[in-house]
Design a protein around this ligand. Structure first.
Ligand SMILES: Cc1cc2nc3c(=O)[nH]c(=O)nc-3n(C[C@H](O)[C@H](O)[C@H](O)COP(=O)(O)OP(=O)(O)OC[C@H]3O[C@@H](n4cnc5c(N)ncnc54)[C@H](O)[C@@H]3O)c2cc1C
Length: 406
């Protein structure tokens, strides 16, 4: 008997149908959706944070379907400061091309929503705390795992052992649990960093979101207060280092010069955080009694605002495939079912990844041929709105296809 086996034989072992490792934006959502849909299952949520998991100052553009999911769960009303987008304006700093999209022309009330990651996290955490069927182990993480035929045996830092029929891995981009499962990532480093912050202007935003492509990367302004925008400014790492060191007024003037005056005069700026950007995709998403979802499975450049929206669809599709289990054998860790999940998710990942990566490469280059093609492209989009719609919608994370996963 090994030392680990000896320790396990003395420790009380609990059983759970589903254990979710990571109570962030995707993990907390998964816990709520699965416990409400499958009340017969025990759902355990674990996170090393001892309170509400910390979310950095990033702002999230939510696709309509993602907003609807939060609404259906009853958490939308608790997300403070969420703002609706009715117009999207896309332009290029190296030329005159631009394209716009309007909710009324699309015959929808809103093209999507903007919310602070911390506000979404707070609302989800509060709902999980109240949810019968969710047991949340705060301050916990998996030290090691042992796969057996019938479970993933999880040995926690507290000394507790949980036998999970299904382990859902949602512990973010650097996922320690994914590493323990031996899953490698395909990684492309872009050499860009995103500055997340805020810009106050002298003009009401009129529910307009802006995305401006520059040779070093995109600059997005997402409305989040009457005269306030969330800023996501992507540029080469060396430029970002310089921008972060500038005094506030110089930083603001640099942003204004690059962005122009379409959103008004910038009166105040805040730099709240910086994120080195890369594309990371797991080499597999499921295996023996586990599924890796959310940022643990895919981390994208924020140019297209797709990361969390993709994670929301992971949760919806997982729920969908688990719903097809024959009632007699309700085993959420059934590999046939998990393989079906992987097969359903791959085309969406592939599409979003290709779209995001192409945007980064096409719109973050000062090569004259690419600059010329994107200016022509934006002019064509302006003249032929039917082409602009899917591109503009997707470019802001408001893709239409998520309705497929209802
Ligand atoms: C600048 C920027 C802008 C973005 N804008 C958008 C946007 O507009 N639209 C969009 O859809 N997406 C956007 N994204 C992406 C989005 O933020 C992510 O996709 C989303 O936050 C991922 O959620 P997650 O739950 O998978 O990971 P996280 O939110 O990172 O959660 C991970 C959780 O795991 C926990 N954890 C850590 N270690 C362990 C462990 N050992 N065991 C258990 N738990 C652990 C952490 O405490 C945390 O709670 C943006 C990203 C960036 C960087």
């Amino acid at each position: 008997m090994t030392a680990q086996q000896a320790k396990a034989s003395k420790t009380q072992i609990t059983k759970a149908d589903i254990v979710i490792a990571g109570a962030g934006l995707v993990g907390a959502l998964a816990a709520l959706v699965l416990s409400r849909h499958f009340p017969q299952w025990t759902v355990v949520l674990i996170d090393p944070e001892t309170g509400t998991p910390h979310q950095d100052p990033r702002t999230i553009a939510l696709a309509l379907r993602s907003q609807q999911v939060l609404e259906e769960l009853g958490v939308w009303a608790d997300i403070a400061g969420a703002t609706s987008i009715e117009h999207i304006h896309i332009s290029d700093s190296t030329g005159s091309g631009s394209s716009t999209l309007h909710a009324d022309k699309e015959q929808v009330a809103s093209l999507g929503y903007v919310a602070q990651a911390s506000a979404i996290q707070g609302a989800l955490a509060s709902a999980c705390n109240k949810q019968t069927g969710v047991q949340w182990l705060k301050g916990s993480f998996i030290e090691h795992l042992v796969a057996t035929d019938s479970c993933q045996q999880l040995h926690l830092n507290s000394g507790a052992i949980i036998e999970a029929k299904l382990l859902i891995v949602t512990d973010g981009s650097q996922s320690p649990t994914r590493a323990k499962l031996g899953i490698n990532m395909n990684t492309t480093v872009y050499g860009q960093t995103a500055i997340a912050g805020f810009i106050d202007t002298d003009k009401f935003h009129n529910q307009t979101a802006y995305e401006r492509f520059t040779p070093e990367g995109p600059l997005a302004l997402l409305p989040c207060g009457p005269k306030r925008f969330a800023l996501i400014w992507c540029a080469e790492a060396a430029t970002v280092k310089h921008l972060l060191a500038l005094p506030e007024d110089e930083f603001r003037h640099r942003a204004q010069k690059l962005f122009g005056s379409r959103a008004g005069y910038f009166v105040k700026s805040e730099r709240a955080g910086a994120f080195p950007l890369s594309l990371m995709v797991a080499q597999r998403f499921v295996g023996h009694r586990f599924a890796v979802i959310g940022n643990a499975a895919h981390t994208l450049h924020p140019v297209a605002g797709q990361g969390y929206n993709l994670g929301v669809r992971d949760v919806l599709v997982l729920k969908q495939v688990l719903s097809q289990l024959p009632s007699a054998a309700q085993d959420p860790g059934d590999l046939t079912v998990l393989s079906q999940y992987e097969a359903l998710r791959k085309p969406d990942y592939q599409q979003v990844q290709t779209f995001t990566d192409s945007l980064v490469r096409l719109f973050s280059s000062d090569q004259s041929c690419l600059s010329f093609s994107r200016r022509c492209g934006l002019k064509v989009l302006r003249m032929v709105p039917v082409l602009a719609k899917p591109i503009a919608q997707k470019a802001m994370g408001f893709g239409a296809q998520e309705t497929l996963w209802r």
